[in-house]
Design a protein around this ligand. Structure first.
Ligand code: PHE
Length: 420
């Protein structure tokens, strides 16, 4: 699998030492779950689009973006951890699979519209458990004002405040605007504060549309919490959490866009806000979907439970038995492996990538169950438990052994470890 180029959705890119997008991920490209009629992710997208009526829908065609679009243009510093090969799928040194829909903000600004909604699949290397999957879906919203539209903003905020005061929602705003989360020097502080208010009011309204019914069923008002955040292309920046089933659920990040970013999109004469949210996390709670792999199921027992536009509770159709296999190994000894720079340092995401590449969606969970350093030799050993379970059938012990064996061979080969 080391051809001199990487082909993604019919386009070829030269392979280099950054290329780390495996075949298993490439197979997911173009599924477009968020655009599949009746799929829970598509229904959730439609509800959000309904809230932001009149916004221009942007549907980026390829998940391949430049490193410049995903990071540089948004002001990510050169040493930002998100850029690491352990966290991001690179096509090569200049191209990558977008890690967030924000990668399309600046190109959207160039169209000149004043309100946008972007929905797309995004990609991140990650661990394996019921709420992480290397492909997921995000929506990005942006809104702009020119100088002469700003008086309308204040009017609109008053109207939104009135609307919010009439619905059962409790907004706990612990966020600040100040030295830790500053306004921009180039903004009139009154106007910038109104933009931040508009952002909050618009999102509180959206959150009520999504979670209001569930809160009503629980007999309590919906509780929403705003906290300070940091993003390289917004200030002030916020994160929003929703109280759901006895827990604060983090659902989105947002802020007032830094003027430099707007300038890059040719709209330095406007100002405004942006937000980004993950669809899976919200859909899992609203539809009661217990495992993120289910979104990818083609089993009619999953798909037939959902109809376009409705939030209905998923009824698990079966739960097949799990099958645990443990794998213990010594990490590479840096002295003996001095020349093998690629295999050091050890990163769990690299291990999980191999597991996914071999076993795909048949692995439900990978967890570290032992981490031991030999007192004399100083060698470190790890033990991982791989929990195999299919969503739609029984797995035999024999086939799981074959998979476990293949994972073992691949990690020995690719990561330079030694089995215990
Ligand atoms: N892209 C950010 C994320 O994935 C969310 C975000 C979008 C934050 C827009 C600010 C503005 O976490």
């Amino acid at each position: 699998s080391t051809k001199p180029e990487v082909t993604i959705l019919g386009k070829t890119y030269p392979r280099d030492e950054w290329s780390n997008t495996p075949a298993a991920i490439q197979e997911k490209l173009g599924r477009n779950l968020h655009l599949t009629q009746g799929h829970p992710l598509s229904t959730l997208r439609e509800i959000i689009e309904g809230h932001f009526a009149g916004y221009t829908a942007v549907r980026p065609d390829s998940p391949v973006v430049t490193v410049h679009q995903n990071f540089d243009e948004l002001g990510f510093p050169p040493d930002h951890p998100g850029r690491s090969k352990t966290d991001t799928y690179y096509v090569n040194g200049t191209h990558m699979l977008r890690t967030h829909t924000s990668a399309h903000e600046v190109e959207a600004y160039k169209t000149g519209a004043d309100a946008f909604l972007i929905a797309a699949d995004v990609y991140r290397r990650d661990e394996i458990d019921s709420s992480h999957y290397p492909v997921f879906h995000q929506m990005e919203g942006m809104r702009h004002w020119t100088q002469d539209q700003l008086p309308g903003l204040i009017e609109e905020n008053k109207r939104l405040e009135k609307e919010l005061s009439q619905i059962p929602i409790v907004i706990e705003d612990t966020s600040t605007i100040g030295p830790e989360n500053p306004l921009q020097d180039c903004h009139d502080p009154v106007i910038a504060t109104e933009m931040a208010k508009n952002l909050k009011h618009s999102l509180n309204g959206m959150i009520f549309k999504l979670f209001g019914d569930a809160a009503a069923r629980s007999g309590e008002p919906l509780k929403v919490r705003w906290i300070d955040a940091y993003f390289p292309w917004t200030t002030p920046s916020f994160e929003v959490e929703v109280w759901y089933n006895g827990e604060w659920l983090e659902i989105l990040g947002c802020g007032v866009v830094i003027q430099k970013t707007l300038e890059r999109g040719g709209v330095g004469h406007k100002s405004g806000w942006a937000f980004g949210l993950g669809l899976e996390r919200i859909a899992m709670v609203l539809f009661g979907i217990p495992d993120i792999r289910l979104f990818w199921s083609t089993d009619p027992r999953f798909l037939d439970q959902f109809a376009t536009g409705d939030i209905t509770t998923f009824k698990p159709y079966s739960r097949y038995p799990p099958c645990y296999k443990d794998m213990s190994f010594w990490l590479p000894d840096s002295v003996k492996q001095a020349s093998a720079a690629e295999i050091l340092p050890w990163h769990e995401n690299d291990y999980c990538e191999i597991v996914r590449d071999v076993a795909g969606d048949l692995v439900e969970n990978v967890s570290l169950i032992d981490d031991f350093t030999h007192p004399k030799s100083g060698r470190r050993s790890l033990c991982y438990r791989l929990n195999y379970r299919s969503m739609d059938r029984n797995l035999t012990n024999e086939e799981v052994n074959v998979l476990q064996d293949q994972v073992q061979k691949r990690v020995i080969q690719d990561m330079g470890i030694e089995m215990r």
